[in-house]
Design a binder for this molecule. Structure first.
Ligand SMILES: Cc1cc2nc3c(=O)[nH]c(=O)nc-3n(C[C@H](O)[C@H](O)[C@H](O)COP(=O)(O)OP(=O)(O)OC[C@H]3O[C@@H](n4cnc5c(N)ncnc54)[C@H](O)[C@@H]3O)c2cc1C
Length: 436
């Protein structure tokens, strides 16, 4: 006899909510998806402004985002049309720095490390020494051992700065800090070493593909939200756009509810279900990301610049990375995204001025036109070491998914997708157990 599955109400159609909705449809649930905004995609949506679709900030994926890439493919996406794949590179405007190869890894990667002209012999020897140090010292060894435990509040953890302290200052500045800011959006003195190591482990587990960077060639909205909407409608899901859910009491208590909103909203909605869960979600701190989109003249000099450039960011609020935007560049102009992670409290006009100055002074770009500054004050949760993140189960028939829920990753698209899929699998398991 087949089990009659209850309804699943999914609140929030960011990437976690969309992933949850797709999985729930696949498992035969009647799906209702509620989204307060007029577009799907949440923090990774595209908005039509100034006559073009601009993303809610520059997003970069890596090859290790297995769940996300699988989902995009299920929705009909073709990777070579959606992304520009690049070997992991942290290059300055002169093209110097670390650049890992795209093809066969092994010795080529080692050669890339040794050939990095920005590092001296001491820096390179220091990498070897650090490897020995981490295995010898009990606390760093414990951090390595606990790397796969997803709940950071249990087991051993420490700051990225402390963990990588055996490295030279140059390696910290040119490698660890940019990697930590781009992956965890958190300052190295507060960021969780375990979370960073887990991202690095997954990225280097199956090189070179898993550590390659995937830069979207299409607007984020076309990458996942639009195809997901089509797929969900075709599979009978009920989409309720511009519908803000303000209380959980409207739902039948026998139905399942999945909170897929930002942590702050989930904390408010869950108050009547579980005070402990709500307090845990509310206690998370957040970090900003500011993206300044600007256009410059296309000339041989700008064409020769790397696609992703690690900038010198000495001034407060300056961008750490500049990324060429493939969608809107042609033979006349190049569009850029200047990204400031863990951004300070400045206003948009200040970020725009600073980015324009960096574009002129560091990249020597000509005819700069600032298009827009997108500054998200709660872009990601602050990925602090030993952080307590809320679990997926909130209370009876109420669950949560999102980039902040306990999982292997910091605030990322992969963290969101994985969490959305997992929560539906957990619900399904519980239902099956109950029917035994
Ligand atoms: C500027 C920026 C740059 C980033 N860069 C990267 C990157 O390079 N790589 C990467 O992997 N990640 C990046 N991220 C992180 C990534 O965007 C997020 O981790 C991911 O989008 C979070 O998805 P989510 O579904 O958990 O939450 P959200 O995207 O926040 O989705 C929540 C949804 O719920 C809706 N909602 C809220 N309240 C209600 C309600 N009461 N009723 C109905 N609907 C509601 C919201 O409108 C929203 O659509 C970046 C984020 C930002 C902001």
């Amino acid at each position: 006899m087949s089990l009659q599955k209850p309804k699943v109400h999914i609140i929030g159609a960011g990437w976690s909510g969309l992933a949850a909705a797709v999985r729930a449809c696949q498992l035969g649930y009647e799906v209702h998806l509620y989204e307060s905004a007029s577009v799907l995609g949440g923090r990774a949506a595209s908005h039509f402004k100034n006559q073009q679709f601009l993303d809610h900030g520059q997003h970069i994926l890596i090859g290790a985002y297995a769940s996300t890439l699988k989902l995009l493919s299920l929705l009909g996406g073709k990777e070579d049309e959606q992304f520009e794949r690049m070997g992991l590179a942290i290059l300055n405007a002169q093209g110097e720095g670390l650049q890992l190869p795209l093809d066969r890894f092994g010795f080529k990667a080692l050669r890339a490390l040794l050939n990095n002209k920005r590092w001296g012999l001491i820096d390179k020897l220091c990498v070897l020494w650090a490897g020995i140090y981490w295995l010898l010292i009990p606390t760093t060894r414990a951090v390595l051992k606990d790397m796969d435990r997803e709940d950071l509040s249990t087991g051993c953890d420490m700051s990225v700065k402390d963990f990588f302290s055996p490295l030279t200052q140059r390696l910290m500045d040119q490698l660890i800090e940019p990697l930590c800011l781009s992956a965890l959006n958190t300052n190295i003195s507060q960021a969780s070493a375990r979370l960073m190591l887990r991202v690095l482990k997954d990225a280097f587990q199956a090189p070179p593909r898993s550590c390659e960077m995937l830069i979207p060639k299409v607007p984020l909205g076309d990458l996942m939200p639009a195809p997901a909407q089509l797929w969900l409608e075709r599979h009978g899901a009920h989409l309720h756009l511009k519908k803000r859910v303000s209380s959980l009491t409207d739902f039948d208590p026998e139905d399942f509810v999945v909170l897929c909103t930002h942590a702050r909203e989930a904390a408010t909605l869950s108050k009547t279900v579980s005070k402990d869960w709500s307090d845990c979600a509310q206690a998370l701190e957040h970090e900003r990301i500011c993206t300044v989109y600007l256009r410059s003249q296309a000339n041989p000099q700008s064409q020769a610049l790397p696609h992703l450039i690690a900038l010198e960011s000495k001034e407060l609020g300056s961008a750490q990375f500049a990324i060429k935007n493939f969608q809107f560049s042609d033979q006349n102009s190049v569009q850029w995204a200047f990204v400031t992670s863990a951004a300070p409290h400045l206003d948009n006009a200040q970020f725009e001025q600073i980015a324009a100055r960096q574009a002129q002074e560091q990249l020597k770009l000509k005819d700069i036109e600032v298009l827009q500054c997108v500054c998200d004050k709660q872009a990601t949760f602050k990925a602090k070491f030993s952080l307590k993140r809320p679990p997926p189960h909130v209370g009876k028939n109420v669950w949560a998914a999102g980039d902040y829920v306990i999982g292997p990753y910091p605030s990322t698209l992969e963290g969101a997708v994985l969490s959305g899929e997992r929560v539906i699998d957990l619900i399904d398991n519980e239902l099956l157990k109950g029917s035994d």
